[in-house]
Design a binder for this molecule. Structure first.
Ligand code: B1M
Length: 214
């Protein structure tokens, strides 16, 4: 099989045998780590989503796929470009209440911390109360929410409202497959007290964060 297809297959099949070696081969072709993630690996993950949706994969298998993806990302992390900047700002990051998906959020953490940001990663299934507590404790410049389930989009509206009622007033960054620009500006932004931005991917998250700090 061609290398790109093999890389996708590690994710689809949830196997790691040979994964690191093939990642190194791909790097040897000159592809940047983030492009490997966004290209062949994400193509594999999209196929996993499709198969799962068609009931051709079970949760346990998708979990294996997620493990393979995490192994790949953590191997590639060491080769990602790190900006040689002083601390640019701080963000509190979380996957919202009720949602366990964290691969995207953790990618956002890697990209932001490689580019001069301090990231306080609160993990998964984070209720609004915990975000409010973290806001008071860490005084971040922004809050970032991730969510992949349809119900997580609704949870972001609730979270925005709770944050507003607690006096949180820093910009809000939201991302994840269940969201859209339209939902963000139509529903989440109006529930919250400060500018709310939709990030379609991790690099957009970085660009938005840079704009917020400029
Ligand atoms: Co789940 N899952 N899953 N899953 N899963 C989806 C999301 C789903 C679309 C699959 C499908 O049916 N086709 C579907 C959601 C349906 C819906 O609500 N519309 C689904 C479902 C139904 C479920 C369960 C309910 C299944 C069940 O138990 N019956 C369950 C939910 C549990 C829960 O959360 N309470 C569940 C569980 C799981 C696993 C645990 C097995 C595993 C997650 C493991 C983990 O994360 N540790 C899993 C996986 C892997 C997926 C898919 C296949 C892949 C997600 C992923 O990691 N993508 C997913 C299908 C899909 O998305 N195609 C699916 C790779 C990742 C890098 O992309 O997270 O989108 P993503 O992040 C992107 C951008 O969105 C953005 O940047 C990243 C790229 O640069 N981004 C941000 C994300 N957050 C951001 C935050 C930002 C900025 C950008 O700033 C703050």
């Amino acid at each position: 099989l061609p290398l790109d297809e093999r890389l996708g297959n590690y994710i689809i099949e949830g196997t790691k045998d040979g994964l690191v070696e093939d990642l190194e081969r791909k790097r040897g072709e000159g592809m940047a780590p983030l492009d490997i993630i966004n290209g062949p690996l994400m193509a594999g993950m999209a196929e996993v989503g499709r198969l799962f949706n068609n009931n051709e994969l079970i949760v346990a298998e998708v979990l294996q796929s997620a493990e393979a993806m995490k192994t790949a990302v953590s191997h590639l992390e060491q080769y990602m470009e790190k900006a040689d900047t002083a601390a640019r700002g701080k963000i509190v990051l979380a996957t919202v209440k009720g949602d366990v998906h964290d691969i995207g959020k953790n990618l956002v953490e890697i990209i932001l911390s490689n580019n001069g940001y301090t990231v306080v990663n609160l993990g998964i299934k984070v209720p609004p109360e915990e975000l409010i507590k973290a806001f008071k404790q860490h005084q971040p410049d922004a809050i970032g929410l991730s969510g992949l389930l349809v119900k997580s989009a609704q949870q972001m509206v609730i979270t925005g409202e709770d944050l507003k009622n607690a006096g949180v007033n820093v910009p809000l960054l939201v991302g994840g497959a269940a969201l859209s620009e339209r939902y963000t500006t139509g529903k989440i932004g109006p529930a919250y007290s400060a500018p709310t931005f939709y990030a379609k991917d991790a690099m957009t998250g970085l660009r938005l964060m840079n704009e917020i700090m400029d």
